[in-house]
Design a protein around this ligand. Structure first.
Ligand code: NDP
Length: 263
C-alpha cells in the first residue's frame, strides 16, 4: 500500500485527499492519500520521511520551502523555484510543479489572453507568471507588500504594490493571494479592485470551493469568472500521474477525479 499526503496550513479545506483517493479506489490502485497540517516549513522533509510517504502535494504557504527541502528538483519547478508535488524516489525527495500547467488547462475556455494581471506574489504567482511568460503573455503583478516583487521584475513582469499601482487594460485578472481562503478579505483595497475590474474581460481565483469576496465583485459586475476548481483538477491529474508512475492514463485519472468533485 502506497501512502500520500498533502501538507499545508490551513489544510482542512483541501479536496486533494478526496480527488486522489477516488482515482486510487476506482482503479484498484493500492494507495491512500491523507492530509498533514504543517505549520513549520522547515520540518517538511523530516515529517515526510517520518510518515513513510511515497509522495505528497504541498499547498499554502510551503511551496517555496518545499523547493529548498528537495534533494532534486525536475522540470518546470527547477525553473521557477516552487514545488507542489513531492515524490520519494529510493529515499530521495524529488520535486515537481504541476500548478502552472494545471492553471493553463483551466483557462482554456478564455479567448485571446495576451495581457494578465496577477494579484499576489507568492509561490502560485511565481509559477503562473513564469509559465505565462513562456507563452509570450504580458504579465503585471500587484502585491500587498514590496519585498516579494523583485523576483518578478527580474523575470520581466511589470510590478506594483498597492500604493504605486496604475490600472491598465487586461484580458484576465487572477487572484493568487490567500485573501478569501479562510476569511472574507479582498486581495487588494476595494477602490483599487473596482477600477481594475472595469478594465478586464475575465477574472479567475486560485481559491476553490467558495465564492470569494473578489469573485463576488466580478459576479456583481457581470464579468466572466471562474474559481480554482479546474486548476485544482488540472494540477491534480498531473500529480496523480507522478504518484502512479504513469501507470494510469490521463483520461482515466480525469474521469474519476472529476467525479469526486460532485461528492
Ligand atoms: P503564498 O503564501 O506563497 O503567497 C500568498 C500571497 O498572498 C502573498 O503574495 C501575500 O502577500 C498574499 N496575501 C496573503 N494574505 C493576503 C491578504 N489578506 N491581502 C492581500 N494579499 C494577501 O501562497 P500560495 O501562492 O501557495 O497560495 C496562494 C493561494 O492560491 C492559496 O489560497 C491557495 O489555496 C491557492 N491555490 C490554489 C490552487 C488550486 O489548485 N486551485 C493551487 C495553488 C494555490 P505578501 O507578500 O504581502 O505577504
Amino acid at each position: 500500500m502506497k501512502l500520500f499526503s498533502i501538507f499545508g496550513d490551513p489544510v482542512s479545506h483541501s479536496r486533494s485527499p478526496l480527488m486522489h483517493n477516488s482515482v486510487f479506489k476506482k482503479l484498484g490502485y493500492k494507495a491512500c492519500y491523507t492530509r498533514t497540517h504543517l505549520i513549520d516549513s522547515t520540518k517538511l522533509k523530516e515529517i515526510f520521511f517520518k510518515l513513510h510517504l511515497d509522495g505528497a502535494n504541498v499547498t499554502v504557504p510551503h511551496k517555496e520551502a518545499a523547493y529548498i527541502a528537495c534533494d532534486e528538483v525536475r522540470g518546470f519547478a527547477k525553473k521557477v523555484g516552487v514545488v507542489n508535488t513531492l515524490i520519494n524516489e529510493n529515499g530521495r525527495l524529488i520535486g515537481y510543479n504541476t500548478d502552472a500547467d494545471g492553471f493553463l488547462y483551466s483557462i482554456n475556455e478564455f479567448q485571446d489572453i495576451n495581457n494578465i494581471l496577477i494579484i499576489g506574489a507568492g509561490g502560485t504567482a511565481k509559477a503562473l507568471a513564469m509559465k505565462f511568460l513562456e507563452e509570450n503573455i504580458k504579465i503585471s503583478i500587484l502585491n500587498r507588500s514590496e519585498n516579494r516583487l523583485q523576483y518578478f521584475s527580474e523575470i520581466g513582469c511589470k510590478t506594483s504594490n498597492w500604493e504605486n499601482f496604475q490600472t491598465k487594460e487586461y484580458d484576465l485578472v487572477v487572484n493568487t493571494t490567500s485573501a478569501g481562503l479562510k476569511d472574507e478579505e479582498l486581495p487588494a483595497p476595494k477602490e483599487l479592485l473596482e477600477d481594475i475590474l472595469k478594465h478586464t474581460n475575465y477574472v479567475a481565483d486560485a481559491i476553490y470551493g467558495k465564492l470569494t469576496p473578489f469573485l463576488k465583485m466580478a459576479k456583481e459586475k457581470n464579468i466572466t469568472y471562474k474559481d480554482g476548481a479546474d486548476m485544482l483538477l488540472g494540477q491534480g491529474i498531473l500529480a496523480n500521474e507522478l504518484f502512479t508512475n504513469f501507470q494510469i492514463s490521463k483520461e482515466e485519472i480525469k474521469k474519476y477525479m472529476q467525479k469526486s468533485f460532485a461528492l
